[in-house]
Write a protein that binds this ligand. Structure first.
Ligand code: AMP
Ligand code: ZN
Length: 111
């Protein structure tokens, strides 16, 4: 399968890896939308996070647990976790991933 994130997991395509386990890989987003923008992905290919949760709920939990751990290891008290599901929602890579964003305000309205 020709999947960009599978290639990051197997090392064929380079990425700035933040943390890696048997189950997940976390790496810096190439187009950061905040000072901290990390993607946490399952090493196994799934199309989106809903599919992960449906097929392997413990793995979905592990992705969220890992995101919280990475936030805490980076001293982040306030952060946003985002999951885009489907092209109309902004999903552009169809390998499940969780965005971890921090370092700027996401409050709305701003100010
Ligand atoms: P989404 O739009 O939710 O599917 O998120 C996909 C994310 O992957 C976007 O924020 C992209 O900037 C990011 N991305 C695309 N290619 C790469 C890459 N080679 N390395 C790291 N992040 C990438
Ligand atoms: Zn994949």
């Amino acid at each position: 399968m020709d999947c960009l994130f599978c290639k990051i997991v197997d090392g064929t395509i380079p990425a700035k890896i933040v943390k890696k386990s048997e189950l997940f890989t976390a790496f810096n987003d190439i187009t950061p939308q905040a000072p901290t923008h990390i993607l946490i992905i399952p090493n196994k290919h799934f199309t989106n996070m809903a599919e992960v949760a449906n097929s392997d709920p413990a793995l979905a939990g592990e992705i969220f647990r890992a995101a919280g751990e990475i936030a805490s290891e980076n001293g982040l008290e306030s952060y946003r976790m985002n999951v885009n599901t489907g092209a109309a929602a902004g999903q552009s890579v169809f390998h499940a991933h969780l965005h971890l964003l921090a370092g700027r305000s996401f409050a709305w309205p701003p100010g």
